[in-house]
Design a protein around this ligand. Sequence first.
Ligand SMILES: [Zn+2]
Length: 131
Amino acid sequence: MKEKLYRFMQGRYGMDGLSVFLIGTAFVLAVFDTFTRTHILNLFSWALLIFAYTRIFSRNHSRCMGQNMWFYEHTKGIRAFFQKEKSRMKIRKTHHIYTCRNCGQKIRIPKGKGKIIVTCPKCRSEFTKRS
Ligand SMILES: [Zn+2]
């Protein structure tokens, strides 16, 4: 059985970022569809799944890679935004982020140090903050 699957997948394109996105979106649409009566979303969900699996089982690697590149190119901004938010959430546990009132520079201050004088690294203005 495992041998058969291996032979079947040989030379096929397989999973990539776009496929993961398509399957994930299809799942979300299918979940949302259960709250609607029209079942249009279900149709979209199936369309995405079929597209995803035709790509996974495709032997045309260059076309699939092209699609994946296109996907990454066109979602660069969104992915960067989520990456930034993720790192900001991580930092928020240990640090405060203050904005300098003078120049708008963002300043990261470690938490739990009591009352401290913050000096802006950009414009050198000082202000007191409780960290
Ligand atoms: Zn400043």
